[in-house]
Design a protein around this ligand. Structure first.
Ligand code: HEC
Length: 207
């Protein structure tokens, strides 16, 4: 029994000693075991460590001893490791950039076709998205009387003469680029989600 207490006493003193040694010297991290686990030997795409002077990182008084390794690519401009893609590069996958400019509303109305049919599932999703992104200005029935819309003013009702006959491509374009006092939502809402919102808005145009 006494032996066990002795053991645990010694153990806790050791543990306290270890903890204290961590906090001992400003930001000197202590000895790094297997440093290549912390500092990659290959070029790191997301770091630009240019400082070649590693100092003596075993010496806690050496100011340069930050233990980082030089890891930039000297063969690239500005020693960059990851280079910027060439201009007009399109990312891989199904993404296609939307190239119709903001002021070409009529063109969008003619060209853009909704890939989704007006099914119950699409309308249900469209409603959820509408309630996240549009309802506060446009209101639950699209009358322009949302809590923000009432204060913001000038939110056109969907069933107004100006909007009720506008085709899906027109609505898609307005969501993407904004119109007049309405801001653009293209950066926040994916292309698919925008088309689902369009289906839902169309149910509010003719009521
Ligand atoms: C910050 C408030 C606000 C939000 C959020 C907002 N709108 Fe608008 N919206 C407006 C205003 C204001 C107008 C009137 C624009 C104008 O013509 O000056 C408008 C106009 C419209 C029009 C009619 C465009 C036309 O041809 O006159 C449509 C369609 C529309 N919004 C759809 C949406 C949809 C869909 C969303 C959600 C993705 C949305 N809006 C989010 C404020 C908003």
């Amino acid at each position: 029994m006494i032996r066990r207490t002795l053991y645990s006493g010694v153990l806790s003193m050791l543990a306290a000693g270890l903890l204290l040694s961590c906090a001992a010297k400003n930001d000197f991290p202590g000895l790094e075991y297997s440093p290549q686990m912390y500092h990659s030997t290959p070029y790191e795409p997301l770091t630009q460590i240019k400082d070649e002077d590693q100092g003596n990182w075993l010496d806690s008084n050496d100011e340069d001893a930050h233990g980082e390794f030089y890891n930039s690519n000297p063969y690239n401009n500005f020693d960059m490791t990851m280079r910027e893609p060439a201009a007009n590069t399109v990312k891989r996958g199904s993404y296609l950039p939307y190239r119709i400019p903001k002021d070409s509303l009529e063109l969008a109305a003619q060209l853009m076709v909704n890939p989704f049919d007006s099914t119950a599932a699409v309308l249900a999703e469209g409603k959820v998205l509408y309630n996240s992104y549009c309802i506060h200005c446009h209101g639950s029935k699209g009358m322009g009387d949302g809590t923000v819309g009432k204060v913001y003013k000038g939110v056109t009702p969907y069933n107004s003469r100006a909007v009720k006959d506008k085709p899906g491509g027109h609505i898609f374009h307005v969501i993407t680029h904004g119109k007049g006092r309405m801001g653009a939502h293209g950066s926040q809402v994916s292309v698919e989600d925008r088309w689902k919102i369009v289906r839902y808005v169309q149910t509010l145009q003719n009521q």
